[in-house]
Design a protein around this ligand. Sequence first.
Ligand SMILES: Nc1nc2c(ncn2[C@@H]2O[C@@H]3COP(=O)(O)O[C@H]4[C@@H](O)[C@H](n5cnc6c(=O)[nH]c(N)nc65)O[C@@H]4COP(=O)(O)O[C@H]3[C@H]2O)c(=O)[nH]1
Length: 829
Amino acid sequence: REVRVGVYANEPKILLGQDGQLSGILGEVLGEIARQENWRLIPVPCDWQACLELTQNGSIDLLPDVAFSAERALHLDFHRQPSLYSWSQLYSREGAKLKSILDLEDRRIAVLAGSIQQDYLQTLLDSFGLHAQLIPVHSLAEGFELVANQQADTAVANQRFGDYQAPGYQLRGTPIMFQPAQLFYATRKGANADLLAGIDRHLREWQDSPSSYYYQTLQRWGGERPRLLVPSEAWWGLAVLAGLLLTALAGAVVLRRQVDEKTRHLKASEQHLNTILDSVEAYIYIKDPELRYQYANRKVCELFGLPLAQVVGQTDERFFDAATAANLHDNDRRVLLLGERVETEEVNRSPDGSLEQTYLSVKLPLRHPDGRIYALCGISTDISEHKKNLEQIHRLAFYDLLTGLPNRRLLLDRLQHALAQHGRNQLDGALLFIDLDNFKDLNDTLGHDMGDRLLQQVAQRLGSHVREEDTLARLGGDEFVLMLEGLHPQHPEAIAQIETVASKLIQVLAEPYALQGRNHTSTASIGIALFSEARGTVDELLKRADLAMYEAKAAGRNTLRFFNPQMQAEVSARANLENDLRQSLAERQFVLHYQPQVDAQGQLLGAEALVRWQHPSRGLVAPGEFIPLAESTGLILPLGRWILHSACQQLVAWAADAEREQLTLAVNVSARQFHHRDFVDDVFAVLDETGANPQRLELELTESHLVQDVETMIVKMGLLKARGVRFALDDFGTGYSSLSYLKRLPLNQLKIDRSFVRDLLSDPNDAAIVRTIVALGGSLDLQVIAEGVETRAQRDSLLRLGCQRFQGYLFGKPEAAQRLEQWSLPAGA
Ligand SMILES: Nc1nc2c(ncn2[C@@H]2O[C@@H]3COP(=O)(O)O[C@H]4[C@@H](O)[C@H](n5cnc6c(=O)[nH]c(N)nc65)O[C@@H]4COP(=O)(O)O[C@H]3[C@H]2O)c(=O)[nH]1
């Protein structure tokens, strides 16, 4: 049987001998098998790649020295008993420093093209993440040639070829070995099973016997001892071990690469982190357990004015004053020793105390994996500006801008709190309502600027005379409030305490103020209410103190008044009356009564119109009870107009009667009414509306009218007088009438007040006053009339003193108009 055998140069395993026959270990072993099997071997020289192809297409029957691989088994058949054991090894020049697979990075490696080593080596390099240049060669000799010529750094060869040929190229085997392999004779898939069986039979037989042809051949080509003396399991164990070693090596390298990779990542992350930490507007730092800075971001370094390297290792004593450093350390220790997360406000002062900043700091412990704390990380935000804004908002919301005192809102808040407190302890408290007297006048005459300065000085004086724990507030305008707390639980003692304080305040507020370089005097009235009496509500307390203050004003100002329940009753009564008054004005519940005025003969000269209120439930109410209220509420204006209108209508009625057309009618005009800017026009309008004769109308003014703006009063009276209207000065002698004014007022008549008439007979002073008034009237060319004449004796006495005109119960009480009309003229007295 002819057997074509592929031959390529792979000494000592296979080569073509000089005789043209197969040579080398596998060549000679096959030669002996062929001899015994009667095969005629025909060598087919080829290079490795070509040999493989020729075997696969059946042009070659047997190809020696083929390592088994699953891929090759797709196209080739192998016998079972390995013909040779081998491994791949790298060969290099002397001094090439190739000790492990890792040294192959960037090396040029010659490897047999299409060989099993090529794939294996590539996979190996990839798994180690190594980059090397594989140079494919067509024969192992070519590979060695390249290395010898320095065109490659190393070449892969099977160990048999390598060890055998390397010295010839002055190459040496490196410790880098891989891919232990079993070598076979291969044939085309599905062909030559007989050849394979024959080979197996001989190999099995020979390999069991150390003296066999097989081992003799091996020794001839390399002096190798019989390999199969080493059990095949051990061989495989070695292979597995080598594999494990490689895997471990590969693992180590992979790990090293991972570490490198991680390190690179970490470095990149650290850079990112630093960029972020340095660009945030917060102060970020790390301190070690000795409270030394270990890290500080850009903001911290800027704050300290030092580069990071100089910040690291320092403690807060270097950057802040002692108190600040102590406080920071307290907070830090809570984090480091107790493991707390501390969130707190820190006020940090520079070492010389010149700079103070407030920070909101969050401090966290940094822990080892086992939980031990090794540092703290702090993040502080500068909230100084925010705090300032908050304070400003608070000041605007709760303090009076002009005086800097607490405002109404803050007072109410504290009052609420104080009242609640009062409910719990026995100590009393008090609210003092302080109101400047005549502040409006100062404001009107000197201007608001001066008014403001006065208020500021008042606030200062009050402030310097109250205790720290008392609340002094400005409610607005000229109203101040002082809240006293912690007073004696016993009523009399508490009252005494309050009186002392209030009297002192009245005294200091009455001292002169320097305004515009001039001394100005101002006084204050103080109303006081006690916590213990106010039934615990803020409103009630304020109302009571306010009422008491009005009482102090009514009592002549520059004084103090405690609230008493009577005030409350009066206020309620006043409030009711005011309501009624408004309603009755709308419902026309008023009437005029007329009281006659007579001459010395008792002849009717005229009458005084006196208003009465016909109250639906209270009956006829006298003017003394409602006129003052009407004045203070302004209701006197509509009421006064109605009175004037009714009086003029009465005049018109009399004018139609020849007997009464001469009668005059006196009408009371209140100060508020007279001083109203429309008064003159109103009177003219009423005269025009009614058609009354102005010369029969006599307006009665009182001396109290003269307190206010006399010049305007004179002008107004002049305008009315020019129209013919008469004027009488009522209640004469009771008030203050300057003679110089009296001379300038266009008056027609003086009315002697009834208080002088009453005691005329018993009090010689009154008689003297009456005589003086009569004389004054004479010299100023004014008529004089006495009012309140009740007895003949009074009338006679007045007559003797020179008074010629009378009004009083002796002649008639104020009554409805009809009664007056029944007066028989002339009347006998
Ligand atoms: N004891 C006593 N009293 C006598 C006698 N003769 C008159 N009278 C009272 O003396 C008051 C005289 O009025 P007046 O001094 O102007 O004082 C008036 C006046 O100031 C005011 N008034 C009365 N009517 C009006 C009015 O229409 N307008 C204004 N603005 N005030 C008025 O009310 C005050 C009181 O008025 P009346 O109660 O009506 O009180 C009247 C009158 O009734 C007498 O012989 N003995």
